[in-house]
Design a protein around this ligand. Structure first.
Ligand code: ITT
Length: 199
């Protein structure tokens, strides 16, 4: 059977995508499992351009259908920053997720609360020949000034679902994978995967 390559170097995304795709009947492989080391420059002007570029690069390098995710956190009070630049949102190179969370809170501290925000994910599914298809998902909440929870990655400890009174990092992966932007994008991508893999 054809295998699907998860085209990301982000360990948090790998775990979530493996879990989201586990009952689909599609065999999932990671770049590590096939010894593929590939860094793709994210110079697109939107999520779809970046996701498409990553998926096509991994599909061409591996010969496998590849699924990439380009995602970001958009904060209303910051005119949707960090958005497309969420992974690089810090003035100096070599920053950690914790540095980026602290920098975001620093930039928000004089803005009135609630700090409404949403996560966005665009998924691209590319074939080795370069054909690419897309799906999207969003999830809405707010940024809080103090970190809560140890699960997840990135901005999860400061992203609250007000109706649950839990941050994304307090939910645990199983629960996050029922309502996250990435979960919705994967759900929206299922018709493409079903067609490509015949599942
Ligand atoms: P790949 O390009 O290899 O997939 P990346 O981390 O560089 O990994 P992106 O360019 O799509 O991926 O950056 C997305 C960033 O947005 C990510 O590094 C986090 O900072 C943030 N982010 C996206 N989804 C998130 C989530 O579910 N929880 C917390 N932060 C998230």
């Amino acid at each position: 059977m054809n295998r699907l390559l998860i085209a990301t170097n982000n360990k948090g995304k790998v775990k979530e995508l493996q879990d989201l795709l586990k009952n689909t009947g599609i065999q999932i492989v990671t770049p590590t499992q096939i010894n593929l080391i590939l860094e793709v420059e994210e110079d697109g002007k939107n999520y779809a351009e970046n996701a498409g570029k990553k998926a096509i690069a991994f599909a061409k390098a591996s010969g496998l259908i590849s699924l990439a995710d380009d995602s970001g956190l958009e904060v209303d009070a910051l005119e949707n920053a960090p958005g497309l630049y969420s992974a690089r949102y810090f003035p100096k190179p070599g920053a950690t997720d914790a540095d980026r969370r602290a920098f975001l809170l620093q930039n928000l501290k004089d803005k009135p609360r609630p700090w409404k925000a949403h996560f966005h994910a665009t998924i691209a599914i590319a074939q080795p020949g370069g054909e690419v298809e897309f799906a999207e998902g969003n999830c809405f909440g707010e940024i809080i000034p103090t970190e809560r929870g140890n699960d997840g990655f990135g901005y999860d400890p400061i992203f609250l679902f007000p109706e649950l009174n839990n941050t994304m990092a307090e939910l645990g992966m199983e629960h996050k994978n029922r309502l996250s932007h990435r979960a919705l994008a994967v759900m929206n991508a299922m018709p493409v995967l079903e067609r490509l893999f015949g599942v």
